[in-house]
Structures are given as structure tokens and as C-alpha cells.
Design a protein around this ligand. Structure first.
Ligand code: C5P
Length: 403
């Protein structure tokens, strides 16, 4: 694969890793790409416009307010005349600006004016990388469809050691090749993902719910989207940014989730990650229940909610692949296999519910087993994002190789 005639707009922001960018431009040019560079003020502290211009054989744009740059090539045109915008190195600052829609220089204004795919190659001190603000911004950008080339572990220019080193130019180049050659293996497939908790009202202000954050389901929906599937995400109330380029249906109760799911059929595959409440309150009060003077407490009568996964598994025109999740506290594989048979689904992704030290609900990481009717495999403790990527790879294999 080469990058012949691919138009790449390269934004170089201000990190020491910018000194590696001439090598990246050389690789892209050798492969036939058209490269145009925007250099931020910070970036220009580490690499000169002249070196980028010489290597890219193109003008280098630096200033939003430069009459010369704007008449030659306005920021709107810069963003439109690209197949991909690559930000390398990407500082914590430029990612924060993107996440919040700030536009105070040429790079950020061009990014805000663009609807092109964006690939972000972060590089920063490990504390900056790990900071909740940076991680939250990343989550927002990922949800919007940005491709993140994660930094690696190693010595840093500041003398510390940790995760934050920019990926090497050859690896960035390989990711570019991948991006442009990536087929969309699930193109034409309709996928349904349920995610998050449900809430079952007790009265006007109280409800029964659980700790599910929705992270795993959202990550799976995004990975399916990136593989080309037409995704509907049916989500309970969660505190996560809405992923782009998919159909999102927001529900509150299990009954609403059930009905939304049935309305989406037929689909080719369904992944039920939602932590659906097993019971609803039979007669929720429409006003706030009052404390009683005599100290007695109300008796809540519960009724069983419909099982969405089981309904999907048992349907005559069921999705050809139905995947459930199982959080277990004991006998993980055994109970999960039992669940698979009982709910007539094809695969179960099983995880041990963590303890106080190692929680799974709400955490970034997950440790799971994939259980099918014929085999089971144990995956290492990896991020929920990595679980999603791996699961979608398995789904792709199912729809391509196994047929
Ligand atoms: O039976 P249990 O709740 O452990 O099963 C978990 C699996 O079943 C998950 O995939 C969950 O999304 C699904 N489920 C469902 N509807 C319910 C209860 C669970 O789809 N009412």
C-alpha cells in the first residue's frame, strides 16, 4: 500500500517530539502523499517552517491572521482540501481545544471548520497524559470519531519515565497506510448495541438502578461503527459523550429499552451490554412518597422486567449473531455457559465482578472470557476499548471467514 495522491494536512503542535516530524514527512512524501503543514506557535519552537516546507515541497501555514496565507489558502480551504488531518505531535493543549471547540489560532480554527477524518498522535509528559482532564478530552474526541494513536511507555525528554512518548514516525506511517487501506469489513451490516443501566422509578424522584457506566457498550458501538457497521445504540442514562455517526436512542426503563430494541429489528447482530434492571416497581407513585409519621416503611411490590437478550435469542427471525454479557461473582465460565444456553445467545462475554480494590463497573479496564457454544477463551486485563476492538475483530471474523 502506498499513499499515492492522498492529501494529508499535517498539524504540528508544540512538543519536543516535533523534531521527529521531518522523518514522518519524508516517509509520507516517498510514498506519494501530498502533504501540507500547519505549524502552531509552539511547534515552531521545535522545528522551523523552512524545514517542513522543504520536505513537504509545499507552503507551511502558521498564522490565522496572515493576509498572505489567507489569500493564498484560507483556513476553510485548508480543511476541505484534505483526505485526512493528522495532528503530530498533539499536545494536551490542542486536544483540550478540540474537545471544547476553541478556535484561537490557525490549527484549532481549521480543525473546527473541518468534517474530515482526524488522526491524533499525542505526545506529552506522563502526568499530563494521565490527568483526568486529558483522559476526558480524549474520550470526547474518540466518541466524535477521532483516531488516536496512543503514546508509548519510555524515557521522556523531561527525564521522567512513563506513558506519553509519541509513536515513532515509522509506526505513524504504518497507521496511515492502514487507515487508507482499511476496508470496512462490516459495511452493510446492521448492528444493535444496548448499553448502560436502566432506571426503574419508585416515585416521582426515586428509582432503582445500578453502577453500570455504559463505557464498555459505548466502546463496542464505536468499534462496530469504525468497522463500517450501521449502528443503533440504545442507551440508558449515562454520563458519556454521544458517539458520532450512529443512531442513538435514549431510554430510561427496562421496558423502554425492550420496546426500542424490538422496534430496531431486523438487525444482523446484537450486542447486549446493558445492565438491565431485573425488576420494576409494580406501581410507582406519580408524586414523591412521604415519610410516615408512624415510622413504618412502604412495601414495594416488584414485577419482573422482560429479558431483552433472551427475547432476541429466541425470536424466529433473530439476529444471526446475538452476544450477551454476564457479570458473575463465582464460577464464571460455568454460569456464563448456562446463561448462554438459557438465553439462546451465540456468545457470552463474561467478567468477574471486581471487588473494592479492582472494580469493573465504571472502571477503564476489564477482564473477560469469551464463551461460545463450542469453546471459551480468557483475555488478559485490558482497557474496555481494547476489549471492544478485540470483540469486533471476532465479530468480523464470524461474518467474513466463517461463512
Ligand atoms: O441474567 P443476567 O442479567 O446476568 O444477564 C446478563 C445479560 O442479559 C446481559 O447481556 C444483559 O444485557 C442481558 N439482559 C437483558 N435484559 C434483561 C436482563 C439482562 O437483555 N432484562
Amino acid at each position: 500500500m502506498n499513499l499515492k495522491n492522498r492529501r494529508i494536512l499535517l498539524i504540528v503542535s508544540g512538543g519536543i517530539a516535533a523534531i521527529k516530524i521531518p522523518e514522518l514527512i519524508r516517509l509520507m512524501k516517498k510514498s506519494g502523499a501530498h502533504v501540507r503543514c500547519i505549524l502552531t506557535q509552539g511547534g515552531a519552537q521545535f522545528v522551523t517552517p523552512l524545514s517542513l516546507a522543504a520536505l513537504s515541497e509545499n507552503n507551511v501555514y502558521t498564522d490565522l491572521w496572515s493576509l498572505k496565507d489567507e489569500t493564498e489558502m484560507g483556513h476553510i480551504r485548508l480543511s476541505r482540501e484534505a483526505d485526512l488531518i493528522l495532528i503530530a505531535p498533539a499536545t494536551a493543549h490542542i486536544m483540550a481545544k478540540m474537545a471544547h471547540g476553541l478556535a484561537d489560532d490557525l490549527a484549532s480554527t481549521t480543525l473546527l471548520a473541518s468534517d474530515k477524518p482526524v488522526m491524533i498522535v499525542p505526545a506529552m509528559n506522563h502526568k499530563m497524559w494521565e490527568h483526568p482532564a486529558t483522559q476526558q478530552n480524549l474520550e470526547t474526541l474518540r466518541a466524535r470519531g477521532a483516531f488516536i494513536l496512543e503514546p508509548t511507555m519510555g524515557d521522556m525528554a523531561c527525564g521522567e519515565v512513563g506513558v506519553g512518548r509519541m509513536m515513532e514516525p515509522v509506526e505513524i506511517f504504518a497507521s496511515l497506510e492502514n487507515f487508507f487501506s482499511a476496508s470496512k469489513p462490516l459495511h452493510g451490516k446492521k448492528a444493535l448495541v444496548t448499553a448502560g443501566p436502566t432506571r426503574e422509578p419508585i416515585d416521582a424522584v426515586r428509582y432503582i438502578s445500578n453502577e453500570s457506566s455504559g463505557r464498555q457498550g459505548y466502546a463496542i458501538a464505536q468499534a462496530l461503527r469504525d468497522a463500517g457497521a450501521d449502528v443503533t445504540l440504545i442507551t440508558g442514562p449515562v454520563d458519556l459523550p454521544a458517539p458520532s455517526h450512529m443512531n442513538i436512542l435514549r431510554v430510561t426503563t427496562a421496558r423502554e429499552m425492550y420496546e426500542a430494541t424490538l422496534n430496531c429489528l431486523p438487525v444482523d447482530l446484537a450486542v447486549c451490554t446493558a445492565a438491565v434492571a431485573d425488576w420494576a416497581v409494580a406501581h410507582p407513585s406519580s408524586s414523591k412518597m412521604k415519610k410516615r409519621d408512624n415510622g413504618s416503611s412502604p412495601n414495594l411490590t416488584l414485577t419482573e422486567n422482560p429479558d431483552i437478550l433472551k427475547t432476541l435469542g429466541e425470536r424466529e427471525n433473530r439476529p444471526s449473531l446475538v452476544i450477551g454479557f454476564a457479570a458473575e461473582t463465582e464460577k464464571l465460565a460455568e454460569n456464563a455457559l448456562e446463561k448462554l444456553k438459557n438465553k439462546k445467545c451465540d456468545w457470552i462475554v463474561a467478567n468477574q465482578v471486581g471487588d473494592k480494590e479492582n472494580p469493573i463497573f465504571g472502571a477503564e479496564q476489564n477482564q473477560v472470557m469469551l464463551i461460545t457454544r463450542t469453546h471459551s477463551e480468557e483475555w488478559p486485563r485490558i482497557s474496555k476499548l481494547a476489549v471492544a476492538t478485540r470483540l469486533v475483530q471476532k465479530i468480523t471474523d464470524h461474518f467474513t471467514k466463517d461463512k
